[in-house]
Design a protein around this ligand. Structure first.
Ligand SMILES: Nc1ncnc2c1ncn2[C@@H]1O[C@H](COP(=O)(O)OP(=O)(O)OP(=O)(O)O)[C@@H](O)[C@H]1O
Ligand SMILES: [Mg+2]
Length: 236
């Protein structure tokens, strides 16, 4: 599904990502882990096309998308839930969600829309009551539900989730975990999840990729993460 090959990314002259290679297979949940500032968000932005690598390649289903703009990547099945949510704060919840639905490929008729929104409201039952509110007035947890809902409405093949539980009340963290777990069972799309909290990550991930100082220091099945690696590189 997704393959990154020896990515090197710079902010100006700061070398942030160093020879990053990783792979996410169809339907798999891969957790990208590492402490603050190791480059997790930078990597997701590079995969999404918001940053251009100085060297290296990004492939989706063996097609090289390294120089494709973000909107073309969306039409190839990438969806991105950024750290900090980034809703359009002036737009209502309904308008934010519609941006996701409109970005999908395939039919967008009334019946398709009804079913698609119904699924999102079943996953996040708080949303229907918030539809007319501007995104900017919602709580962090509510914004995260809208942001995930908007990404799901694009019908992704790969969902990039950047620390979806950061700064969110526990009841919504549980809800988000349940949603990710449900999709994992269905294997409808792959998920690349950024998370620095070991417990949450290890419950959900098939595979892990552990980063330190801009480089991958370990990767493999989640069950193979050692206590030593966790202690050295993660928040427990
Ligand atoms: N726009 C920018 N310009 C310059 N340096 C940046 C910029 N954004 C991030 N950095 C630097 O790049 C490095 C990696 O940042 P990044 O946000 O990718 O880390 P992260 O692993 O996502 O951290 P966190 O867990 O805190 O979200 C950090 O040293 C950060 O200070
Ligand atoms: Mg980050």
């Amino acid at each position: 599904m997704l393959r990154c090959e020896t990515l090197n990314v710079f902010y100006g002259e700061s070398h942030i990502l160093r020879d990053i290679s990783l792979e996410v297979r169809d339907g798999q949940v891969v957790c990208l882990m590492g402490r603050n500032g190791v480059g997790k968000t930078t990597l997701l932005k590079t995969i999404m096309g918001l940053l251009t690598p100085r060297t290296g390649h990004v492939y989706i289903n063996d097609r090289d998308i390294t120089s494709s703009p973000p909107e073309q990547r969306v039409s190839r099945g990438l969806a991105y839930v950024p750290q900090g949510r980034e809703l359009f704060s002036q737009l209502t919840v309904e308008e934010n969600l519609r941006l996701g639905f409109e970005a999908r490929q395939g039919p967008k008729d009334h019946k398709t829309a009804e079913l698609a929104y119904e699924e999102i409201y079943t996953l996040f039952p708080d949303l229907p009551a918030l539809l007319s509110r501007p995104g900017g007035v919602l709580s962090g947890g509510q914004q995260q539900q809208v942001s995930i809902g908007r990404a799901l409405l694009t019908q992704p093949k790969l969902l990039l989730l950047d620390e979806p539980t950061e700064g969110i009340q526990p009841s919504i963290v549980i809800e988000i975990e349940r949603v990710i777990e449900d999709f994992k069972k269905q294997r409808r799309f792959a998920i690349l999840l950024v998370e620095q909290y070991f417990e949450f990550a290890v419950r959900l991930a098939d595979d892990f990729v552990l980063m330190a100082k801009g480089a991958v220091v370990a990767s493999g099945p989640a069950a193979d993460l050692t206590e030593e690696q966790v202690k050295q590189h993660l928040v427990v």
